[in-house]
Every structure is written in C-alpha cells, then in structure tokens.
Design a protein around this ligand. Sequence first.
Ligand SMILES: CC(C)(COP(=O)(O)OP(=O)(O)OC[C@H]1O[C@@H](n2cnc3c(N)ncnc32)[C@H](O)[C@@H]1OP(=O)(O)O)[C@@H](O)C(=O)NCCC(=O)NCCS
Length: 149
Amino acid sequence: MNPSKFQIKQISAQETYKVRLPVLRPGKPVTSCIFEGDDLESTIHIGIYLEDSTIGICSFFKNKHPLILDKQQYQLRGMAVLEAYQGMGIGNKVLHYGEALLQSQNITTIWCNARKVATPFYEKCGYQIFGKPFNIPDIGTHYTMQKLL
Ligand SMILES: CC(C)(COP(=O)(O)OP(=O)(O)OC[C@H]1O[C@@H](n2cnc3c(N)ncnc32)[C@H](O)[C@@H]1OP(=O)(O)O)[C@@H](O)C(=O)NCCC(=O)NCCS
C-alpha cells in the first residue's frame, strides 16, 4: 500500500465511532462506542485515513492508574484498525503518532487495559504488562500494560 495515501490527524470522538463500532463493539448500538470522557478537552483522538475514509483510530484519556506514580500519565483506549487493514502496520502508525503528540505535551507514561489477544501488538509497540490479568464482562481477559515515553 502506498504510504503517501495515508493521512494521520487529530479527530473528534464522533469520528472514532466509525471504527470503534465494527471493530470493538460489533453488533452493538452506536451508544456502546461512547467512552466516559470522550468529549473532554484533555482527551485526544487520533485517526488514520486512507483516501478520506477512517481506517484506524486510538484515543488518549487523562486518567490516572492507581498503581502508576508518574503524574504525567495518560490512558490509551479504543485502539482499533478496520479488519481489512489489520496486520499492515496501520495500528503501529496511528499509535506512534499519538505517542509523539503526548510526548510533545510532556506526558511520560502511557498505560492501557489490553485485550489478551492484543498484548503481542502492544509489546511490539514497546508496552509491558504489569499486575495481574482481570476480566471485563462480555469482552474477556485483559492485562494492564504501560510504556515510558
Ligand atoms: C490490535 C490492532 C489495533 C493492531 O493493529 P494492526 O494494524 O493490525 O497492527 P500492526 O500491523 O501495526 O502491527 C504492529 C506489530 O504488531 C504485531 N502484531 C499485531 N497484531 C498482532 C497479534 N495479534 N499477534 C502478534 N503480533 C501482532 C505485528 O506483526 C507488527 O509487528 P512487526 O512490526 O514486527 O511487523 C488491530 O489488529 C485491531 O484493531 N484488532 C482488533 C481490535 C483490538 O483487539 N484492539 C485492541 C483492544 S485492547
């Protein structure tokens, strides 16, 4: 795929629902895509576009994890790439863009609650598991992971 066709930029929460719904909440109502804090000024949503269509997204929330002492921390949520474009480096690209943006705002730690199936992706992107796995009803086993920027 020609990388010059990609565009990565900050987007609205509404725009993320186009990818959150089919990838993270398939078969559920669009209201299930709304995350608490989506519209806060401190929340950052990033989208990667291919010819005007959103194909990948991630969001960063100013949330503190109880076990992380660093005050300059953000939570990564809603990491998703449309199925047809998975495994092509899109997730890595959109995540990296968001990390660089947060780094420029002096954020030094990013953490996330990762689905078990997605932990290899986060590990490739420099995240490490900490603490014990836990279950989120209807979604499954999750691991908390963090990355120091
Ligand atoms: C997880 C997800 C966002 C990754 O995006 P992606 O575009 O498919 O991933 P990339 O192609 O950028 O992969 C980056 C690296 O991670 C690796 N990777 C990605 N998914 C992987 C997996 N399931 N198992 C092992 N490695 C994986 C890739 O091989 C690549 O490694 P490389 O740099 O050595 O080639 C995407 O697959 C997705 O939307 N999955 C469904 C939703 C989901 O689980 N979201 C996470 C919720 S916590």
